[in-house]
Design a protein around this ligand. Sequence first.
Ligand SMILES: N[C@@H](CCC(=O)N[C@@H](CS)C(=O)NCC(=O)O)C(=O)O
Length: 203
Amino acid sequence: MKLYHHPLSGHSHRAHLFLSLLDARYELVEVDLAAGAHKAPDFLKLNPFGQVPVLDDDGTVIADSSAILVYLSRKYGRTDWLPEEAVAAARIQKWLSVAAGEIAYGPCAARLVTVFGADFRTQEVIARAHRILALVEAELSGRSFLLGDKPTIADVALYSYIANAPEGNVDTSAYPGVGAWLARIEALPGFVGFRKTKVGLAA
Ligand SMILES: N[C@@H](CCC(=O)N[C@@H](CS)C(=O)NCC(=O)O)C(=O)O
């Protein structure tokens, strides 16, 4: 399997982290975003959206980080990471939506400002990051992972941008439950970190 990624992309990191947690065989292919390689014709054939990550599993091409997490869970029959039971599956889907919504427009966007110079309203995206961090903190009260005692792809989907949120000037010190949850994920066998950048509060 090939994972087209960029080392500073949290969306890519979700897919990379899950491949590693599954102990799957994969090859990383770095896409040079700065040079516009993600908008080149060859890459657009893989993903017309012109975004990383993209997984190529022997010709089966899956774009989008959430789609990759679902695909890998099902491919390897890992119902521990993505249960089939209706309520658990729906709860996980909710967190995948949060990853594509509140996380993308909160801590991810705040970090895009400092790491890539993106033109977002800084105070607005930082405030959005704090709203979702407070919700995650409350959700984790009395449990180890988002759905209970065991990690699922919901945790993988939220990990990367929350772990690197300080890079976007998002102070995570008021969320001890979130900090403990990050450490639990980092202690999982096969964990691979998301590259740090010395910007924002992480400078
Ligand atoms: N919904 C996509 C979003 C992926 C995404 O936003 N990727 C960024 C890098 S973190 C990207 O490729 N941006 C380039 C662009 O949109 O032109 C996913 O979950 O994978």
